[in-house]
Design a protein around this ligand. Sequence first.
Ligand code: ARG
Length: 586
Amino acid sequence: MSVSFNLATDLDAALKSAALAAGLTDAAAFTPEVRTADPRNGDYQSNGVLGYAKARKLNPRAVADQLVAGLAPEVHERCEVTVAGPGFLNFTLKPAALLAWLRVFDTEEHLRAGAAAAHAGQTWVVDYSSPNTAKQMHVGHLRSAVIGEAICRMLAFTGARVIRDNHLGDWGTQFGKLIYGYKRWADPTALAADPIEELERVYKLGHAATPDDSPELNEARAELVKLQNGDLENFALWKKFSDVSLAAFQQIYDRLGIRFDHNLGESFYNDKLERIYAELGEVKIAEVSDGALVVFHPEHPRFKTQPFIIRKADGASNYGSTDLATALYRAEHFKADGIVVVTDFRQGDHFEQLFLTVKKWFAAKNHRLPELHHVTFGAVTGEDGKALKTRDGGVIKLKALLDEAEERAFAIVNEKSPELSESERREIARFVGIGAVQYADLSQNRSSNYVFSWDKMLALDGNTAPYLLYAVARIHSIFRKLAIVPGDASTDSLASALETPAELALARKLVKLPDTIRLAAETLRPHFLGLYLYELAGEFSAFYAADKVAVDDPAVRARRLLLCARTLVTLETGLHLLGLRTLTRM
Ligand code: ARG
C-alpha cells in the first residue's frame, strides 16, 4: 500500500471517489473538506456533507452513511470511520497506519519530497524586507524580514520555485537633499567607519539647510534633477549610497539566514514606467484628474472617490507607478504564478488599490495574472502597548536589537552550561538569541501587534525558541547516550506495533505535520506551524515521561526510538522552515 504524505488530502480524494461510487446526486459537486480534527473526535474530519446536503434538501446523516458505505476497503483498513453529530465524518487512524506513515517519512528530504506536490511547478516572487536605502534598519524592519523568509521557506518546501526579491526604496525626492548635504558635509573617516550612520547625519543636515521656499531647497532640487537626468557625478554618489546600504543590510540578513536572489529596487523600474502610463491610458483604466494620472474603482465604497495616483501632476513617478511596473515585470519576466508582498498593515489601501488596478489592466491587455497577496502584520510594541523605543525615546536599530538578543542569551547559557567551552557557549547564544527574536514574531498571528518582551521570548518554558531548541537538543542527547544514530534503519526495522496511549498520541501528532504545513503555506501564516511544533514538543514530553525508551525488549525499544527520531526530524524540519537554526547540544 502506498502511503500519502498528507493523509487529509488523501481522505479528501477517497471521499470524492466514494461519492461517485455511492451514486450521490451531483457527486462531482461534493467537496469533502477534510481537515485535521480536534483530537477528541479522531484524526481528521470531513464537514463538507452539511453544506452539500443542505443545498440539495437531503438528510446529511443519510448522505454521510452512503459515503461511508462507498469508501474503498483500504480506507476502512487504515481508519475507523464514524458519522457524528448532524453529519460529520470522523476518521481515526489505526496504529498500523500510523506506523506505516512514520516508516516512510523518516528524514527532512523525504518530508520535503512529500510536501512538494502542493506548489509543484509554480514560481512565486516574494517581496520582503525591502527597506529604504541610506537609512539604518530599525526594529520596524524586523517583521517583514522574519515573516517573509519563513514564507519563502514554506513555499519552497511545498515545491515552488521561490524568487526572493528585495524591493529597495532607492529612488525619490530625498536623494536631492542627501546629495546636497553629502557634497557639503560628508566626513570620509566617519563614512568609512559606519557609512549609513554618516549618510543619515548628512541627510539631516541637508534637510535642515533646505527649508521650504528657500534658495537652498532649489539647489537640492537641482541636484535631484541632475540625478534623474543621468549626471555622472550624482549618479555615482547615488550608486555609492545604494552599495553601502546593501552591504550594511546584508550583515543583518546574514544573521537572520536571509539571502536575496534580487535587489530590484524602485530605481530599477525608471525606464519601465512610460509603458505603464501608456497601457493604462489605452485601456481607459487611468484618467487625468487635476493634472495627475489616477485610477478610480467605481465598484469600491472608498476607492470610487479616493484616487490611486499613478503619476503626479508635475509628471513625476510615485510609489503607485513603480509598483505597477513591478507587478508587470514579475508576471512577464519571472513568469510568476504568485506574488507575495510583506509589509505592515498601514500599506493596506495602497496594495488594495494596486491589486484592483492590476487585475483590470491585466485582463484588458491579456497579461497573465498571478495570484496576488499582500501579507500584512501589526506593529511592534513594548509591553506597555506603545511603540518600542530606546530608553531615551529613539528608534531601536536592528543591529543593536540582535546584539542584545545574543548577549542576553549568552548570559543564560553561561548560567546553565558553564561546562561548555566559550566558543560553544557563544554559538549556542547566537542560535538561541536570534532564534528567540525570530520565533517570538512567528509564533503569534502576524495580524496582531507583536509585543516585544525579552523575558518572554527567552523563557525556557512556553511557546518559545529556547523551549523548542532545547527539546531538539534533548532528543539528540537521548541518542548520544545510547550511541545510536537517530533514524538508523536497522533500529527502525525492529519496531513493533504502537501500543501505549502516549505512543499513539505522539504518533497522531507527528502525522499532522503535512496538513499543518498545508494550512500555514496556504494562508501564508507561519504561526500555525509554530503552534504545531510547540504542541508536538508537549506530546513528546508526555510520552517521554510515561514510557521508558531504553527498555530491554528490542522491539519496544526500537519503536520508541523510532518515535524519538521522528519527533526530532519533525521539530528540526519545522524550525528550519521558520528560519531558525537548530543545535545538537545546549
Ligand atoms: N520600501 C517600502 C517601505 O519601506 C516597502 C516596499 C514594499 N514593496 C513594494 N513592492 N512596495 O515601506
